[in-house]
Design a protein around this ligand. Sequence first.
Ligand code: ADP
Length: 201
Amino acid sequence: MRRLCIGLTGGIGSGKSTVAELFRELGASIIDTDAISHELTRPNGKAIPDILSAFGAGFIDASGALDRSKMRGTIIADASARQRLERILHPMILAACKERLQEPAPYHMLVAPLLLESPDFLKLADRVLLIDSTEENQVSRVMQRSPLSESEVRAIMVLQLPREERARRADDIIGNDGTLEELKPRVAALHRRYANLATTI
Ligand code: ADP
């Protein structure tokens, strides 16, 4: 059975996880590609053997998990390493997403930072919802959340589509430059729209 799938995207630190959590509270089924990727690369995760043979033991930490900060540094600097990692992870993430999309739910929300850059994932989405915020807010929110430096955050942002291009390609946009309280009614209004839409497909 086909179920409505909303692709949720936005730059790093734009507020995707925060907004997804609000949709989850209202009843949407959230499929988070970052969470799936973490699962695949945890100790003894399904992707670890392939990462080991493609990148070597230096990228696996003592617990048997992917050394995330080392890999981040490598793929920021090296496009071919980035592609090698994507060739391992993307098919596995895609398969997990397709499986989850079969589960019953009012509608699904596929949270993917690189949705607009990844045609295989974009194909799964009926509509694209963009979480939009200024680059200044992105940088300061990520730096509050994680130990990344401003230059590391900006290096990741350079790998993502420019803000205007994302906005041009989205069907719906939630602006997230205000307070968390301001987000709630925007999410509630879209949730009603999506729940209605789900009854028509
Ligand atoms: P993403 O998933 O897009 O990387 P997050 O949802 O994790 O972004 O948000 C990044 C950080 O900013 C988190 O610590 C989150 O709590 C915080 N944040 C998100 N939206 C707001 C907001 N409107 N006001 C203040 N902090 C916010």
